[in-house]
Ligand binder design. Structure first.
Ligand code: AMP
Ligand code: MG
Length: 400
């Protein structure tokens, strides 16, 4: 039997093959949340566009010899945010408010709290240094600067940043279309009633949720019976309309497993034995040129392999540059013997009171135990041959 391929090698090989989607659309900024930027955003303005006051106070010229602590000065002008004032008159102050542009000739702002009103005049109680309380032009962004690069998933604060340089519409990638099929004669949709030997189709709901959480569109290829014909028909339908096809089940070595043969017939299969637990039988290939993932049928296995193996690939197809899963470190609060595949354990992370995270293991780690995934808030990685003892540091991947 061929040796099992390490998970990291599989992910690397997949990323090397993934060709980002070409379809982009131009959306209003407000519609672009969570989308992947398909262009660089270059500032055509300085932000801020002029030197302006960071505080409410008085603008003045620190180099004016008339200015000193204890001196009383006339307020010759007043500038609110949104307006421009006259150039500073020597030996006077200009009343200024936060965000208002500095008047020509002024180079500092004395905050209101460091002054005292004496009739019509203002006394200086403390002299600021040059440039104090002034936000210089371009402090945040310089004209010509790339503020965000293509491939970025747009967060609310990114929309704000783009707006701050006066861009109202952005090019983003259209959502990837992922064809999703569930194989197995035993499967019944949750709206139906199961008879002996049947189970409800749960994988569709988990996987479509995971796909939609990535901002992609699910094309439902339905329940697919365990025979060559039905499998090929579903695959071909997916290949016509989807950017990628994902199936669950039917990729093991039994004679009821038709997916591998069908994919080989319609395109090609690249690999399928991966050193990952749960989830060893996983197929990757293409159907008429459309990339195809055959995830294992066991619900926990399809969940884990989707996240660890399919997700980075799909993200790259979608045009995303950041494809890595975030990890943190946590202390095991359990012991566990080593294995010969890299294992992803369902754990809960909790603060252990010592400014560390503690990882608690779900007691039933079987690949059919969906409760473990729902209960968990992270997957802990157990390397091949790694013995885990309570107190050991574990690499964990938070699930949200
Ligand atoms: P298979 O990979 O087709 O041999 O399936 C492995 C196990 O996962 C079997 O117990 C199947 O009944 C189960 N299974 C397959 N597909 C699904 C599904 N869509 N939802 C829930 N369980 C499934
Ligand atoms: Mg099956």
């Amino acid at each position: 039997m061929s040796p099992m391929t390490p998970v990291d090698d599989v992910v690397e090989a997949l990323l090397a093959r993934a060709v980002p989607l070409a379809r982009a659309e131009r959306l209003d900024l407000a519609e672009a949340l969570g989308k992947i930027l398909a262009e660089d955003i270059v500032a055509s303005v300085d932000v801020p566009s002029a030197d302006n006051s960071a505080m409410d106070g008085y603008a003045l010229d620190v180099t004016d010899p008339a200015m000193h602590v204890g001196g009383l000065y006339r307020v010759a002008d007043r500038i609110a945010a949104g307006y421009t004032g006259r150039p500073l008159t020597p030996s006077t102050l200009t009343r200024i408010f936060t965000g208002a542009p500095m008047p020509a000739g002024a180079n500092t702002v004395i905050i209101q709290e460091d002054t005292r009103r004496v009739g019509d005049l203002v006394e200086i109680l403390d002299m600021p240094a040059k440039a104090d309380n002034v936000r210089p032009r371009g402090q945040d962004i310089d004209l010509g600067q790339t503020v965000l690069s293509m491939g970025r998933r747009l967060q609310p604060q990114d929309l704000g940043l783009i707006a701050s340089v006066g861009v109202a519409r952005v090019a983003v990638y259209e959502p990837l279309i992922v064809g999703l099929m569930s194989t197995g004669d035993e499967l019944v949709e949750p709206s139906g009633t199961i008879g002996p030997g049947q189970i409800y189709n749960s994988n569709h709901y988990t996987l479509s949720g995971l796909i939609r959480q990535l901002g992609m569109t699910v094309m439902d290829l339905g329940l697919v019976a365990d025979n060559a014909d039905a499998t090929q028909r579903a695959l071909l339908r997916g290949a016509e309309e989807a950017d990628c096809i994902i199936s669950s089940g039917g990729v093991s070595v039994g004679e009821e497993d038709h997916v591998k043969a069908a994919v080989e017939e319609l395109g090609g299969l690249d690999f399928w034995r991966i050193a990952i637990k749960p989830g060893k039988p996983l197929a990757f290939g293409n159907v008429a040129g459309v990339p195809f993932f055959g995830l294992p049928g066991n619900p926990v296995s399809s969940f884990v392999t989707f996240l660890l193996i399919a997700r980075p690939y799909l993200l790259k197809l979608q045009g995303t540059t950041d494809t890595a899963m975030r990890h943190v470190w946590a202390r095991a609060s359990f012991d566990r013997a080593a294995g010969n595949r890299r294992e992803y354990l369902r754990v809960q992370l909790n603060d252990n009171g010592k400014a560390e995270l503690a990882a608690t293991l779900y007691p039933h780690q079987g690949s059919g135990v969906m409760s473990s995934v729902s209960w968990a808030n992270a997957l802990a990685e157990q390397e091949i041959d790694q013995v885990i003892s309570a107190g050991d540091w574990l690499k964990v991947f938070p699930l949200s």
